[in-house]
Design a protein around this ligand. Structure first.
Ligand SMILES: CC(C)(COP(=O)(O)OP(=O)(O)OC[C@H]1O[C@@H](n2cnc3c(N)ncnc32)[C@H](O)[C@@H]1OP(=O)(O)O)[C@@H](O)C(=O)NCCC(=O)NCCS
Length: 252
């Protein structure tokens, strides 16, 4: 069964230059790397709050649909190998919504356009750690949904006492490296793979209240979208009945 981010966790030998970390002292070099990542046409941060909600058991099918909508290249980036549909099904069926945290962003048509998995490491009693994995549908990229999901996961991780967050990324995955780098991750590169980790500060009253507020807003946003879709379906079925009735009347 695919792991949350099933890259090999062999000894990472080569430390990436500090330029991968925005907190690094060599700001000039850092600027050069960030410029190299910049992509024309990638839009700026959304001015409005992105409704990110935590997903439960009843979202399993939509999670599978989201992941299966990714092409082989994206699946390779997401899982470390080009997972086929069967492997995605196994991964999704294995998701433990009680143990881990899954976050999602739905569009107005209730399509799950972005999702993140915060997988907690087995509790060893010492430092609590977790691993972050994310995907955004191609048509919704460049809107900072990936970044927002990362921030939300970091906030949640802090709120539940996680102090170390890992991200396993293919070294060529510029967008993901940027997301983690903006979050202050330190990277260790091992050939095609890069492991990033962040030391998280403890939660504050602010992180608890912010998360609670954002979750409630996102849940309300989801309910409105759901009701709107139900209303549209009812309207469409009323209209089609009316047309059928009207057509029959004319024929009579
Ligand atoms: C990685 C991924 C989640 C990024 O999602 P996204 O919503 O498009 O990312 P964002 O819009 O938040 O962009 C993050 C940063 O990367 C930059 N970026 C986005 N796409 C980029 C690209 N193709 N090349 C270089 N930089 C890129 C953005 O400009 C942004 O930088 P900024 O904050 O300095 O402006 C998405 O590409 C994806 O789903 N990929 C396939 C799965 C995957 O790679 N998962 C990660 C491994 S767990």
């Amino acid at each position: 069964m695919p792991r949350e981010n099933p890259y090999s966790l062999g000894t990472m030998t080569k430390i990436l230059p500090n330029t991968m970390n925005p907190a690094a002292s060599d700001k000039a070099a850092s600027g050069a790397v960030l410029r190299a990542f910049a992509q024309p046409g990638v839009s700026k941060k959304p001015a409005v709050m992105v409704p990110i909600r935590s997903l439960g058991e009843n979202h399993r099918a939509r999670i599978a649909g989201h992941l299966k909508a990714l092409d082989a290249h994206d699946r390779y980036y997401r899982f470390g190998f080009a997972a086929n549909d069967e492997q995605i099904d196994r991964y999704v069926n294995g998701l433990d919504f009680d143990h881990d945290e899954i976050f999602g962003i739905y569009n107005r048509h209730l399509v799950l356009i972005a999702m993140a998995h915060l997988a907690y490491a087995a509790d060893t009693g010492a430092v609590r750690s977790a691993e972050f994995g994310v995907s955004v549908l191609p048509q919704s990229r460049g809107r900072h949904y990936g970044s927002r999901l990362f921030e939300r996961a970091v906030m949640h991780a802090r709120n539940v006492g996680v102090s170390k967050l890992y991200v396993h990324v293919l070294s060529e995955n510029k967008a993901m490296l940027k997301i983690a780098s903006h979050g202050g991750a330190t990277f260790v590169r091992d050939g095609a793979e890069t492991e990033g980790h962040l030391l998280l500060p403890p939660a504050t009253l602010n992180t608890h209240l912010t998360e609670m507020f954002e979750e409630q807003l996102a849940q309300a946003n989801y309910r409105i979208k759901l009701q709107s879709r139900q209303f549209q379906n009812t309207l469409a079925s009323l209209q089609s009945n009316w047309w059928r009735g009207n057509g029959a009347e004319k024929r009579d």
